[in-house]
Design a protein around this ligand. Structure first.
Ligand code: FE2
Ligand code: FE2
Length: 355
């Protein structure tokens, strides 16, 4: 059995759980978890009830009691999303850009007007568009140029990710380290996507930026504190299990639902939801499984780069044999070749977006 599968099963999915496809097959409408069957579910017609009804099973994880996840989902996750919705409305300029740039017939004058309404967002977007990770042969001097050079989707995903990260500006050390980790994963994921897929680099950059947004939200609401596990790869994986035991959901599922609420386009929410549920992604197969694997590989690599940045023989063996890395048909040679590029891209992206 490929190591990716073994790791996924060992880390995330208990053997007694129904498979994702079993759950999909056994439910008449498997996309939405109905909250109204449980006696203490949020009342229908209330905002909390609406949110509970919108909890998506495809982003959730299973349980041996088929009623329990519905109850947990409607109770704990909807409550958290409702708190965050009240606490953190998504920036208006980013919302407008999402709508405008998702339409192939967008008008440049409208995009320009939105960017001018939020000069900080425009400046940061241009700054990143001009970083070596994105830039072509000559620099972009305006958002118009950036859209022409990078494409509307790249600029949309950049602006949305930058706007989302700006919501987590905070002086505390754990938040700062987590934000930097997300920025680093975004840069690494973009390089890995360029190598392994030659497309979807935009989606993986945005997913990297957002992948641990759920942790930043849990820090802000005071529901979790994070210590050494922010820097430790193995502890980072265990953290999602601790969150599930304590809260009934983990940061990945929470972040994905908040992204749905903010209308951040697919496949970001699904990649974020599944970055600690690789077995789900594997069951889906295709680009989704590959993108989740690449996101996980970037996550693991960033933890190493944040520690000292060197690729010694033992690190090369460990990361080169990482199930997420090998799933993308990459080996230790690819890791050695890409390491300086990933290290530099992470450093540059931290200079542009970190802190
Ligand atoms: Fe995570
Ligand atoms: Fe992470």
């Amino acid at each position: 059995m490929p190591r990716f599968i073994l790791c996924a099963v060992a880390l995330q999915v208990r053997a007694d759980l129904p498979s994702y496809s079993d759950m999909m097959d056994s439910r008449p409408d498997s996309r939405v978890l109905p909250s109204s069957r449980h006696p203490t579910a949020p009342a229908p017609g209330t905002r909390r009830g609406e949110l509970a009804d919108s909890v998506l099973e495809e982003l959730w994880f299973g349980d041996e009691d088929p009623e329990r996840p519905r109850y947990e989902a409607s109770r704990s996750l909807a409550a958290a999303v409702a708190r965050i919705e009240g606490l953190r409305p998504f920036p208006m300029a980013a919302q407008k850009l999402l709508t405008l740039l998702s339409d192939p017939g967008y008008r440049m004058s409208e995009v320009r007007a939105v960017m001018e309404s939020d000069p900080a967002l425009a400046a940061r977007t241009l700054n990143v568009a001009n970083s070596p990770l994105f830039r072509g042969l000559s620099p972009c001097r305006s958002i118009d140029q950036a859209i022409v050079r990078l494409g509307a989707r790249n600029v949309r995903d950049l602006a949305v990710g930058i706007a989302a990260m700006s919501m987590f500006a905070s002086a505390d050390a754990a938040s700062k380290r987590l934000r930097d980790h997300c920025v680093g994963v975004a840069a690494i994921a973009r390089i890995v996507a360029d190598t392994a897929m030659r497309r979807e680099a935009s989606s993986l950059f945005l997913s990297g930026l957002m992948h641990d947004a759920g942790k930043l939200l849990l820090l802000q609401t005071g529901e979790m504190t994070y210590g050494a596990e922010v820097d430790d790869d193995a502890a980072h994986e265990e953290t999602s299990l601790i969150e599930r035991a304590r809260l009934g959901y983990d940061h990945a599922v929470l972040g994905a639902h908040v992204m749905k609420l903010w209308r951040i386009p697919d496949p970001t929410a699904m990649l974020v939801a599944w970055h600690h549920q690789p077995a789900r992604a594997l069951a889906m197969g295709g680009d989704t499984a590959l993108m989740v694997a690449l996101l996980r590989a970037a996550d693991h690599i960033e933890h190493r780069l944040a520690l000292d940045g060197d690729l010694d023989a033992e690190t090369c063996r460990r990361l080169g044999e990482d199930a997420a890395w090998t799933y993308a048909d990459l080996g230790q040679g690819d890791l050695r070749e890409l390491w300086p590029q990933m290290k530099e891209a992470r450093r540059e992206m931290l200079a542009a977006l970190g802190g």
